[in-house]
Write a protein that binds this ligand. Structure first.
Ligand SMILES: [Zn+2]
Ligand SMILES: [Zn+2]
Length: 139
């Protein structure tokens, strides 16, 4: 299976071979701000199965537990299409599920920061849900 994620304007593309290792759903404030919507869906692929093409800039920030996230975004339209989290997933790339624009994309395998989920949003029944992140539950 080959899938291509692309930014809003189409200049930045990410080709992904095979199936994602994980599909994470995250309701945290940073994901809400990055995506501009209620939650993030990110599909993680082995680095060797991902080919990033086109102009891009990167933005780095620290996660709540201190890990360094690096996001790749299109300098023309601003969409952040993919990212890495070296210290946690050194050999994987996270890709924004929305950039595939594929309603048949695999469902999320895990959900994080459920404590910050918008009240109207129903958690998918088949997706295990953490109130915080792994190792730092907010309960
Ligand atoms: Zn673009
Ligand atoms: Zn998040």
């Amino acid at each position: 299976m080959q899938r291509t994620a692309r930014c809003h304007c189409g200049n930045l593309t990410v080709e992904c071979r095979g199936e994602p290792v994980n599909v994470f759903m995250c309701h945290c404030e940073m994901c809400q701000r990055r995506t501009g919507t209620a939650f993030n869906l990110g599909a993680w692929f082995p680095q060797g199965d991902v080919k990033i093409s086109g102009p891009r800039k990167s933005y780095q920030r620290s996660g709540e537990l201190g890990a360094q996230w690096t996001f790749q975004f299109c300098p023309n339209c601003g969409t952040s299409v993919c990212w890495t989290l070296e210290s946690v997933f050194p050999d994987q790339v996270g890709v924004a599920v929305g950039c595939f624009a594929d309603p048949g994309f695999p469902a999320p395998t895990l959900s994080f920061y459920g404590a910050r989920r918008h009240a109207w949003l129903t958690q998918p029944a088949a997706t295990p849900s953490h109130l915080g992140t792994l190792g730092s539950e907010l309960e």
